[in-house]
Design a protein around this ligand. Sequence first.
Ligand SMILES: C[S@@+](CC[C@H](N)C(=O)[O-])C[C@H]1O[C@@H](n2cnc3c(N)ncnc32)[C@H](O)[C@@H]1O
Length: 254
Amino acid sequence: MDIYQLVADYIQFWRTYFPEGIQLTREKANQRVGTPYLRRLLTSAQLRQLQDSIAPIYGAWALEGYQLSFMKALLLHLATTTTGGTLLSLGSGPASLELFLLLTNLVDSVILVDISDAMLRRALSIASQLGLSDRVKVICGDVTTVTLPIADKTISIGAMHWSTSWQKWIEKAAESTKPGGLVFLEASMNFAQSGITREEFLGVAARSLNVTGSGFLLPLIEGLRAADLVCFYAAGLKRPKTIKEKPTKQKKKR
Ligand SMILES: C[S@@+](CC[C@H](N)C(=O)[O-])C[C@H]1O[C@@H](n2cnc3c(N)ncnc32)[C@H](O)[C@@H]1O
C-alpha cells in the first residue's frame, strides 16, 4: 500500500467531491449553520437538523486538514490488515473517507450509519457519480439504538463526541466487528455534547479491543490552533470472545 500516493489522491478526491471548501471559509460555514453546538446540549431533533444543514457545505465545515490527518492514521492501521471485506462506518456523514477506500478497492463494500438523512443522501449521490452505488448500503438512525450488521472492519471518525452515550458507540463498534477485525475510532476531546477525555476514551476502547495504536491527531491548519479541536484516536483488533470456564465443583469434605 503506497500511503503517500493514496493521501495525495485523497486530496484530489476531497477537492473534487467537496468543493465548497474552496469557495467558503470555515468561519462563513459556521455562520451559516450557527454554532449552538459549541455551548449546549442538543436534543436528537436539533442535532439532526444541524447536521442536515451542514451536509451541503460539508467541504467548508469539516476542513481538508482534519480529513487528511484522519485518512493518514486510518491508512496506517488498514495497512496492518488484509484489504477487502465490508467496512461499517458509524456517523459516516457524507462518507468522504469511506467512498475513497471503496474507489481504491481497499474495501469491497461499505455500510454507512448516520442520523442525518441529508448526509447520507449526499454520500449516495457521490457514490452514484463514481459508479459505486451497488457497493454502498445506508442505515439512517441513531447509532446507539439501531441494529447494526456484522462487518470485517468498523470505523467511527469525528462523530461519537456528538453523543452523550459515546461509550455505547465503542461497545457497538466492537460488537459489530468480526473477531480479529479492525476497529478505528476517533473523537474530539472535551466537546460540549459529551466531554470525552483521553483517559476515558482509551479505557472504554481497551475493554473491547486489543488496542494496537492510539494518540492525538494534530492537523496543522493555518488560522486554527491545535487547541480548537483536540482529536484523539484508538485503533486495534476486536478481542476474541473469551469462553468463561465453568467453576469446578469442589468435593465436600466429610
Ligand atoms: C462531523 S461529521 C463526521 C462525518 C465523517 N465521519 C467524517 O469524518 O467526515 C459527524 C456525523 O455524525 C453524525 N451523528 C451524530 N450523532 C449521531 C448519532 N447519534 N447517530 C448517528 N449519527 C450521528 C452526524 O449526523 C454527522 O454526519
